[in-house]
Design a protein around this ligand. Structure first.
Ligand SMILES: Cc1cc2nc3c(=O)[nH]c(=O)nc-3n(C[C@H](O)[C@H](O)[C@H](O)COP(=O)(O)OP(=O)(O)OC[C@H]3O[C@@H](n4cnc5c(N)ncnc54)[C@H](O)[C@@H]3O)c2cc1C
Length: 315
């Protein structure tokens, strides 16, 4: 029996989180001598992208009615073709709303925000993030089958090329609940949850007119930009950049926090970052306790100088 994964795409293009989910499913399949089958809806990217990470089969659902995302309709579509015992979803906003609906339909266990390959296959036991990233839980799936969502940037997308085959499934799933009135792109910048490097800033930046230096640093690092809650609340930055307990939870390889105090609610969304660099003028700022590297000083001097240094190294 195959291990299934749901390969999420945006406007037809696979998300990095989809490759990470394939890699995760491949790690399970290797433990149990099985293969990986990816389920995807209306992609324009070639299935080669999924074979590259270890999916031997791709079930490519074609359904004009699913052009607009609806968790219920997408769960119904996945349910039409999923006939295994384990399916892995990325822990993205959309996929993590499809997974619980499918869990109810299948009457399978649902374990979300998983960070490592299973510790045990029978019963399936996995390590997951809990308490907003402040702890871990070892969860055991009970019952007939399991649905797992994999925390983004935790397991990593690991190339593991196989030769694969694709099966086209033409479906007509009812999708009447969602009517899209218009599409607006919040920003052309990198997707914050997918970014490997994030430069984030807080109230220490004094005002929105000073964000140019944050964007410049992000530009040279190839990073996405983020901010603390008060910064988005007062309209200095868009809400899409707000990270923390009430914002996005992210786990990039590198998180650079500039002029952010490090309140517990902020840390809840960023403390699973692999490396944290804190730049703050107050040596007593709580964020330094969670930092791998800390710089005590004025961001207005440090950030432009750091940007120039990085540019010089890159030349
Ligand atoms: C229910 C609840 C949910 C919340 N959810 C979130 C959340 O999701 N995300 C979030 O971020 N917050 C959240 N908060 C708010 C949180 O408690 C803090 O108030 C907030 O994170 C502080 O933002 P800040 O660090 O930008 O600002 P401040 O606390 O004002 O810190 C500014 C920092 O900048 C430093 N600084 C000042 N000038 C400079 C300079 N020139 N150079 C370098 N450093 C400088 C200061 O030393 C200070 O440490 C929540 C609060 C509650 C009650």
């Amino acid at each position: 029996m195959a291990v299934f994964i749901y390969a999420e795409n945006i406007n037809g293009h696979y998300k990095k989180a989809a490759f990470e989910a394939v890699s995760y499913a491949k790690s399970i399949a290797d433990k149990s001598g099985e293969t990986v089958t990816a389920i995807t809806i209306n992609p324009t990217d070639s299935s080669d992208a999924l074979y590259k990470y270890g999916a031997t089969n791709v079930i490519n659902i074609k359904d004009e009615g699913l052009k607009n995302f609806s968790a219920k309709a997408y769960a119904n579509a996945v349910n039409e073709v999923f006939d295994g015992k384990i399916i892995v979803f990325p822990h993205t906003t959309d996929a993590s709303s499809v997974a619980p609906m499918l869990a109810i339909q299948k009457e399978f266990s649902l374990i979300t925000n998983v960070v490592e390959s299973p510790e045990n296959m029978s019963p399936l036991t996995v390590k997951r993030n809990s308490f907003s990233g402040k702890g871990f839980m070892h969860a055991k799936a009970e019952g007939d089958g399991a649905i797992i969502t994999v925390s983004q940037n935790s397991f990593g997308a690991k190339e593991n090329a196989v030769s694969g085959t694709e099966e086209i499934k033409n479906l007509t799933i009812a999708n009447e609940d969602t009517k899209v009135i218009s599409h607006e792109q919040a920003s052309t910048a990198l997707d914050l949850k997918e970014a490997e490097i994030v430069v984030s800033a807080g109230r220490g930046m004094k005002g929105p007119e000073n964000w140019g230096m944050i964007e410049n640093l992000a530009g040279v690092l190839g990073a996405a930009t983020a901010c603390s809650k008060p910064v988005s609340d007062i309209g200095w930055r868009p809400h899409s950049e707000h990270v923390g307990q009430t914002g996005k939870a992210i786990s990039p390889n590198l998180y650079v926090a500039v002029g952010i105090s490090g309140a517990i609610q902020h840390l809840a969304g960023v403390n699973s970052s692999k490396t944290i660099v804190v730049i703050n003028s107050d040596p007593e700022a709580p964020f330094f306790k969670s930092a791998d590297y800390g710089v005590v000083g004025d961001a207005f001097q440090i950030i432009p100088a750091l940007t120039e240094k990085i540019k010089a190294i890159q030349q």
